[in-house]
Ligand binder design. Structure first.
Ligand SMILES: [Zn+2]
Ligand SMILES: [Zn+2]
Length: 268
């Protein structure tokens, strides 16, 4: 008999396109569909998941790096697309026509099921109409996926605590962003309360989020212009260390990538 638990893999992460695979022995979900159709299919093939076996596409918010191929995937492979009402309104034009039976609405803050996976959504502060993060439950296992947020708060921290695996945004290094080529309004937006988490903010959030049971953290949505993988890793692990959490021993800190899949995680 198949055991309980999750399989998790980031197919791509960053402002070019976000998509995360999360599955159990009988369920396959794509969280965000921000890659092109071709890149999504290539990535799914590389982890041996058929698009015909996808049970759902979950949308966190309507920015194009999260929805780019949602419509095409749904039409081609008859996949239900789940988003909250405001996000549906905001993305309807961009994703094109979706068969009525594949238009699924969830309510932010209310949990719902896709087969054997219980899904909890929660509001995050970001400059979209109704952006959310997700927690996934199967048996006693829990996965959290939270990217695209300008800051964290007590309710987000509480929601994500006790996860076995956390995929969390570490978007930029504040110094690189300040010194970098972006125009000031864009810098202000990214650093703002409704922008993106910096490496430091991610590290501080993790100090509060991490509990004994958390085995893995994946740093996500790294900026190409304003971050470096090694810098994100060093900053976050440095903050954890100075707060008595030993990376590599207490928790594994890993990266996601803009041009490729992450490690494949079995949480059992
Ligand atoms: Zn994004
Ligand atoms: Zn966004």
């Amino acid at each position: 008999m198949d055991g309980m638990g999750f399989r998790v893999c980031s197919l791509s992460s960053g402002s070019d396109g976000n998509a995360t695979y999360i599955g159990t022995s009988c369920t396959n979900i794509l969280v965000d569909a921000g890659l092109t159709l071709k890149d999504t299919l290539d990535a799914l093939q590389s982890i041996d998941v058929s698009p015909y076996d996808l049970d759902a596409i979950l949308i966190s918010h309507e920015h194009v790096d999260h929805i780019r191929s949602a419509g095409a995937l749904s039409r081609k492979f008859d996949i239900p697309v789940y988003a909250n009402q405001e996000t549906w309104k905001a993305m309807q034009q961009k994703v094109g026509d979706i068969a009525p039976h594949n238009v699924r609405i969830f309510y932010t803050g209310m949990d719902f099921y896709i087969n054997d996976i219980n899904i909890q959504s929660y509001a995050v502060p970001h400059d979209a109409v109704e952006p959310v993060g997700f927690c996934f439950y199967n048996g006693n296992k829990k996965i959290s996926i939270v990217t695209d947020l300008g800051h964290t708060n007590t309710s987000i921290i509480k929601m994500v605590q006790d996860s076995d695996l956390i995929l969390l945004e570490a978007n930029h290094d504040v110094h690189m962003l300040q010194m970098g080529p972006y125009p000031w309004p864009l810098k202000k937006r990214i650093m703002g309360k409704y922008g993106h988490l910096s490496n430091e903010q991610a590290g501080m959030a993790l100090v509060e989020m991490l509990k004994d049971r958390t085995m893995y953290v994946l740093l996500a949505h790294l900026s190409q212009e304003n971050n470096l993988p090694a810098l994100a890793y060093e900053t976050v692990t440095g903050i954890l260390l100075s707060n008595g959490i030993k990376p590599g021993k207490d928790v594994v800190i890993d990266l996601t990538y803009r041009n490729g899949i992450s490690s494949f995680y079995h949480i059992e």
